[in-house]
Design a protein around this ligand. Structure first.
Ligand code: APR
Length: 310
């Protein structure tokens, strides 16, 4: 059986474990700094397996030795946003946490693929990349599936068409500068602008960009966890089943989309090696400008982080 270790057994970590257990694709290790909590959640989840008929091992632990030999390490440890905070406000605290847990997991799972969820996402991917020295194929971030899924959900609400028919592509950094590509998005092959009036489409784009903040504002004590964790489970499945699935993923770009040496959300093909390929779309000038300003924002964040860590 494959093995996935999830670092951070909070809302996103434990919900990721739940989605993964239902898929029966790997044994699961939930790790947290809080004692007892990951053990309790894992045992509770394990005791639900007979009900849903899935044979997977789920353990909770505070000891990184239990994560040894993982095929995938998912990093969710860190603080979530509170109302009024941007993802960027979390940068220093979460960078220290992410660096620490990366060192501990990488020491015992040198062959793992790392998937990062902790925010600010693109900068935290950089921390894992720098800490491990792994090739870019094996350090990726989850943001784009989530942002695209939010847009798909809003398009489904607007059109009344099944979510299965809706394809949306949101690229760029995971923040307010993200780039929802309306021209490439479609409902069963029909471009969005042929389905949805311009002002309604603009409202969907705006709601997508602010999608995370909308949930934070409602929850008040944390940030979204169902959709982010479902997105991670999809990435894990694509990797372990060697699916060659193309999904928006934060990848360390080396010139694609005119972006260099920076983690940035782009369509990437995922298989057992991690990132097999970055897919490049034809963009018009307006889209290129949006990509550029989103990349500039992520770069500023990474620069700020480098300053804070210096
Ligand atoms: N080692 C291990 N676990 C840690 C550490 C650490 N050094 N520091 C914090 N944690 C754990 C916390 O104890 C907590 O259980 O990380 C967990 C985070 O869980 P939540 O607070 O519920 O936050 P969550 O909603 O899961 O979000 C985590 O993902 O989407 C992003 O913005 C979000 O950065 C945030 C992260």
């Amino acid at each position: 059986m494959n093995k996935i270790s999830i670092i951070g057994a909070g809302m996103t970590g434990s919900t990721t474990a739940h989605w993964l257990a239902e898929r029966e694709i790997a044994d699961i290790v939930l790790v947290d700094i809080v004692e007892g909590m990951p053990q309790g959640k894992a045992l509770d989840m394990l005791e639900s397996m007979p009900v849903i008929g899935k044979d997977v091992s789920i353990i909770g632990t505070n000891d990184y030795a239990d994560t040894a030999g993982s095929d995938i390490v998912v990093i969710t440890s860190g603080l979530p946003r509170k109302p009024g905070m941007s993802r960027d406000d979390l940068i220093k605290t979460n960078a220290d946490i992410v660096k620490d847990v990366t060192e501990k997991t990488f020491a015992v799972s040198p062959d793992a693929i790392f998937i990062v969820l902790t925010n600010p996402l693109d900068a935290m991917c950089q921390v894992v990349f720098d800490t491990t020295g792994l090739p870019r194929e094996r350090v990726i971030g989850q943001a784009g599936i989530l942002d695209s899924a939010r847009m798909q959900a809003f398009v489904a609400m607007e059109t009344g068409v099944s979510v299965e028919n809706i394809n949306c592509y949101v690229l760029g950094g995971h923040g307010d500068t993200m780039v929802p590509l309306t021209r490439h998005s479609n409902v069963a092959g029909k471009p969005l602008d042929k389905m949805i009036p311009e002002d309604r489409l603009a409202a969907i784009v705006e709601r997508t960009r602010k999608g995370g903040g909308e949930i934070v504002g409602l929850l008040k004590t944390g940030s979204a966890f169902y959709a982010p964790s479902a997105a991670i489970a999809q990435m894990c499945e694509a990797i372990l089943k060697d699916k060659n699935l193309i999904v928006p993923t934060s990848v360390y770009l080396q010139g694609e989309y005119g972006v260099k040496d920076l983690f940035f959300g782009v369509p990437a093909q995922l298989n057992r090696q991690g990132v097999a390929k970055v897919i490049e779309y034809d963009l018009n000038d307006a889209e290129k400008d949006e990509i550029k300003s989103s990349a500039d924002h992520v770069q500023a964040n990474v620069d700020k982080l480098a300053e804070l860590l210096a």
